[in-house]
Design a binder for this molecule. Structure first.
Ligand SMILES: Nc1ncnc2c1ncn2[C@@H]1O[C@H](COP(=O)(O)OP(=O)(O)O)[C@@H](O)[C@H]1O
Ligand SMILES: [Mg+2]
Length: 241
């Protein structure tokens, strides 16, 4: 479904993403891990049109070339992300946040009443329906993250990119969020590309893990394979245990 090849992104003399290639299949959950500064967020930004890769990079999604397209166009193709820093619209209600998601994504032809329907359904799905009228900024951070998921879901993505959505949560909250992410895939058939430092969560739910180090892909395999990979242990996992 997503086919990334020869993707490099430089910031001046720094190569943040270095000739990376990988694929993500339908309804697959793929984890993206690696040390701070490895290029994970930059890779997300390149896939979602915030940055352009260097010449020769190719990002194909269901036969559509994403390189050169703007973020909102890419969202309409079905590739939607959340951000490392929570970005709910604080002064809007939970419901209005979800409606905004529905209006932003989709094929662009979503009318208000359809958007409200999708918003309601997405809030039900993540368990926030009872707080629809609450101002988003009044929600605890764990709920704000669920709202981010609902907002993304309301836009009916085919591929959801999550950037450290579980960071800063208690273990119980991480479990709850991980369960929602698993259900997004199981019940909605949505593929997930998930950057996370919380190894228990990502290793538990991912079908496959890609490891970045200094911009380069150093491993791509099942959680078990990656956890036993010497290069990965040296570059990342060893340091975190
Ligand atoms: N907008 C930017 N301008 C310059 N350097 C950047 C920018 N964004 C990221 N970088 C650098 O690129 C590298 C990769 O960063 P990032 O993608 O944020 O890593 P990660 O998300 O894996 O922690 C880092 O060295 C970072 O300092
Ligand atoms: Mg990052």
């Amino acid at each position: 479904m997503l086919e990334v090849s020869d993707v490099t992104k430089k910031f001046g003399g720094l190569t943040a993403v270095d000739d990376v290639a990988f694929t993500i299949g339908e309804a697959e959950i793929v984890g993206l891990i690696g040390p701070n500064g490895a290029g994970k967020t930059t890779l997300f930004n390149t896939i979602t049109g915030i940055y352009q890769p260097e010449q020769g990079g190719d990002i194909d999604f269901d036969g559509v070339q994403l390189v050169g397209k703007e973020t909102h166009v890419i969202a309409r193709e079905g590739v939607v992300r959340t951000f490392q820093i929570v970005r709910v619209f604080g002064e809007m209600t939970v419901f209005e946040n979800a409606v905004a998601g529905a209006l932003f994504g989709g094929d662009g032809s979503v009318d208000r009443s359809t958007a409200e329907e999708k918003a309601h359904e997405a809030l039900e799905f993540v368990g926030l329906a009872s707080q629809a009228d609450t101002e988003a900024s009044a929600l605890p951070v764990a709920r704000q993250k669920q709202l981010e998921l609902a907002r993304a879901l309301a836009s009916e993505p085919k591929l959801l990119l999550l950037d450290e959505i579980a960071s800063g949560l208690t273990p119980g909250e991480v479990d709850e969020l991980t369960e929602i992410i698993r259900r997004i895939r199981d019940e909605r058939g949505i593929a997930i590309f998930w950057v996370e430092h919380i190894m228990d969560a990502i290793m538990d739910v991912a079908d496959r893990i890609i490891v970045l180090n200094s911009g380069r892909k150093i491993a791509d395999g099942t959680p078990a394979e990656v956890q036993e990979n010497e290069t990965v242990i040296e570059a990342y996992l060893g340091a975190s245990t």
